[in-house]
Design a protein around this ligand. Structure first.
Ligand SMILES: [Fe+2]
Length: 386
């Protein structure tokens, strides 16, 4: 008997200028006083001011909250929620990358429930609907504008808390490729690595289904065509649109299929080191493909073929690994050097914790602590960083 498939999405507006749809979106959601969640980078690039002025011009009082950093922290979200309640806001607009959108989700979660973010770690832990949330993603990476995930760093435990819940899906996503033009090449590369990993892990997830498969494959094909060009020149409009499209499809896939071990481990490593998420998962992904191939050969080979660019010289899993490693070396040379030195207790702790991460549940490869420590040594050992 075939199992039932559930597929959840926000309403999406995609295309140049989509960000100006925020007025209609807020009206449709009956929001009168939004909290605009953004960060210092978006303020410096001028996007936050533009959106604030647009909102004010249309009669919305705007309160801005921008005290959000990459790998958003629990205390930032707590402070944002206090600000939301103090200012008597009735909805959220998140203008930024995954960190900003996740912070906005966390703010909505706490505004609706009170309590502590730790209470919501896991799957389906919300009890109340969240305040309306309109997301305007400004990176082609996290897919937080589409997904039911919210990832916040627990600064006392130095690990990331992962919350997965249908109530964490934004009400609307206004995906505007024009906003990608002010990314730095490193940001474009790292967010693109995240897209590739989302697509591969969604395709290989044990929660994958007919609906998510085609989206994941198309995301890989799009990223293979557009990522390098986009990362070398984020102002390239065509490549930006291609990556925004890849990001959307990968997010539609992973939000509904789940992810895998690259993310289960990255949540521990990113929480402990504060390294960029895209860099961490891309250190993990190439060696992981070999493990995935052992447990799911046909699907891993199909994914490898989908991401083989015409000039990559082959389409086996080995070719894909070589292409991914070359991509990482050329686009993110700094990457994970800061992880060193790693000692055994740290690797052991990450290996233990990763098995409790939501993303471990859907991984096709389910290693124990010992296997995971060996794998981490392979990824982050002294030879790996040469
Ligand atoms: Fe990710």
């Amino acid at each position: 008997m075939r199992r039932l498939v559930r597929f959840s999405l926000p309403e999406v507006i995609f295309g140049d200028g989509a960000r100006f749809g925020v007025i209609q979106a807020l009206k449709a959601l009956a929001v009168e006083h939004p909290l605009l969640v953004t960060d210092a980078g978006l303020i410096a690039a001028g996007w936050a001011e533009e959106l604030s002025q647009h909102l004010q011009h249309h009669g919305f009082p705007v309160t801005v909250w921008s005290a959000v950093t990459p790998n958003p922290k629990d205390h930032e979200v707590n402070a944002g929620a206090r600000h939301y309640l103090l200012e008597d806001c009735d909805g959220l607009v998140a203008l930024g990358g995954g960190s900003v959108i996740d912070a906005a989700k966390g703010i909505g979660l706490l505004a609706a429930h009170g309590g502590d973010l730790r209470d919501f770690v896991g799957i389906g832990r919300t009890r109340e609907p969240l305040p309306p949330l309109v997301a305007v993603p400004t990176t082609a990476g996290s897919g937080a504008d589409i997904s039911q995930y919210c990832v916040i760093t627990d600064t006392s435990a130095r690990r990331k808390m992962v919350m997965a819940d249908k109530n964490l899906i934004p009400d609307m996503s206004l995906i505007d490729p024009q906003t990608l033009s002010t990314l730095t090449p490193a940001q474009a590369a790292r967010s693109g690595f995240d897209v590739i990993t989302h697509a591969i892990e969604a395709y290989l997830s044990i929660g994958a289904n007919e609906l998510t498969d085609s989206l994941a494959m198309e995301a890989l094909e799009l990223a293979a065509v557009h990522l390098e060009r986009f990362a070398h020149n984020p102002a390239d409009q065509e490549a930006g649109r291609g990556m925004a499209h890849a990001c959307l499809k990968a997010a539609m896939a992973f939000s509904n299929a789940g992810l895998g071990l690259a993310h289960a481990l990255a949540h521990q490593i990113g929480g402990a080191t504060d390294l960029p998420h895209g860099s961490v998962i891309f250190r993990l992904l190439p060696p992981l493909l070999g493990r995935y191939e052992r447990v799911s050969p046909e699907r891993t080979e199909r994914a490898a073929r989908a991401m083989a660019p015409a000039d990559a010289g082959g389409s086996t899993v080995e070719d894909a690994v070589r292409w991914l490693e070359a991509l990482r070396a050329s686009l993110d040379p700094l990457e994970t050097a800061a992880v060193q030195p790693l000692d055994q207790p740290i690797l052991h702790a990450w290996a233990e914790q990763a098995q409790h991460d939501v993303c471990y549940l859907t991984s096709p490869w389910k290693p124990d602590t010992e296997d995971l420590v060996v794998f981490l040594q392979e990824c982050f050992g002294s030879d790996a960083n040469q």
